[in-house]
Design a protein around this ligand. Structure first.
Ligand SMILES: C[S@@+](CC[C@H](N)C(=O)[O-])C[C@H]1O[C@@H](n2cnc3c(N)ncnc32)[C@H](O)[C@@H]1O
Length: 317
């Protein structure tokens, strides 16, 4: 069993026998899951990536000038596609200031992180690319040392995957890890029409369904399971108005009876019962600014796109 399988075992024991059963979202992102997510970002229904890209397009140069950062750490960097807009702006700035710029993409998805970092190193020879395989929910959140201000970046609305308590914990850990004068750039999806939100997580082509159901394959492989099949689960995406979040569930199509050899345990799920795999909280700009302030950073700018769909917030420690 690898270290990752060991952590999956711990999360499965803690989550699958709870009510409702649940698993941490990070387990959606094995190599196949990361590639499927990348496909999702290009779907017509999935507006967040296009909207966030348009804000970055308009603001990247300004962000590089405002922060004058020497090091950028990105949590959950994935393929770093949008981040290229920031990298170009910082590379241009490094050329004029003569100061070296370092980019640390950080992700749990090892294969995607490594292949993306190799491509970035080729495309940005003037930037030092130092990928880090790490879990951003770990209690020992640390940032690399730097010869100038640092900017921590968290894009894609991934902050929405935390519930309220986890978000408060993450933000205060991050604020503590930053030094005075460091920056935090946060991308967050905004509350909007429910129909558009649900469609973004339940696309017509079924790519999000494949992405969600891939969690079953991750469990089967990682925990050596007998009786666990992707085809026995439906993808469900629904809006939870109380917590203003989209929830993704896996619903059993029949009674499930699984032997997890990796856990030496049996797991049952009745037909129609559901496992929670992802929440995606949507935000109000003022509420988010208050949360950031409470965590210990000062909000300096909030930018939205032309459609007011997505929000980029730059704050300073
Ligand atoms: C919604 S995707 C966003 C990817 C990219 N930043 C974007 O904006 O398109 C979430 C990313 O966070 C990573 N991730 C999820 N949970 C993580 C965790 N606990 N620690 C580190 N990375 C994580 C995933 O592997 C994935 O690359």
């Amino acid at each position: 069993m690898t270290a990752a399988d060991g952590r999956l075992a711990d999360d499965a024991v803690a989550g699958l026998w709870s009510d409702p059963p649940t698993l941490p979202t990070k387990w959606l992102y094995d190599e196949r899951g990361s590639l499927l997510f990348d496909e999702i970002t290009r779907l017509p229904e999935y507006y967040p990536t296009r909207r966030e890209t348009s804000i970055l397009h308009a603001r990247a140069t300004e962000i590089a000038a405002l922060t004058d950062a020497a090091t950028m750490v990105e949590f959950g960097s994935g393929t770093s596609t949008k981040t290229r807009l920031l990298l170009q702006a910082f590379a241009d700035r490094a050329e004029t200031t003569g100061r070296w710029f370092t980019y640390v993409p950080l992700d749990v998805s090892t294969e995607i992180l490594e292949s993306s970092a190799a491509e970035l190193a080729r495309d940005y020879p003037g930037i030092d690319i130092e990928p880090a395989v790490a879990d951003f929910t770990a209690s020992d959140l640390t940032l690399p040392t730097s010869n100038g201000p640092r900017i921590a970046v968290f894009l894609g609305g991934t902050i929405g995957n935390f519930d309220d308590a986890m978000r408060a914990t993450f933000l205060s850990r991050l604020a503590k890890a930053l030094e005075p004068g460091d920056y935090f750039l946060l991308g967050a999806d905004l509350i909007k029409d429910t129909g558009r939100l649900v469609a973004a997580y339940n696309d017509k082509a079924g790519v999000t369904a494949d992405f969600n159901r891939n969690m079953i394959e991750v469990l089967r492989r990682g925990l050596d399971a007998d009786g666990l099949y992707v085809d026995d689960f439906d993808h469900i995406a629904r809006w939870n108005p109380m917590h203003h979040r989209i929830e993704m569930w896996l619903r059993a199509r029949r009674d499930i009876d699984v032997r997890f050899r990796g856990l030496d345990r049996q797991w049952q799920l009745a037909r129609g019962a559901e496992v929670l795999t992802e929440i995606s909280t949507k935000f109000d700009p003022t509420v988010l600014a208050d949360e950031l302030a409470q965590a210990g950073v000062v909000v300096e700018h909030q930018w939205t796109d032309d459609h007011n769909d997505f929000l980029l917030t730059l704050s300073r420690r």
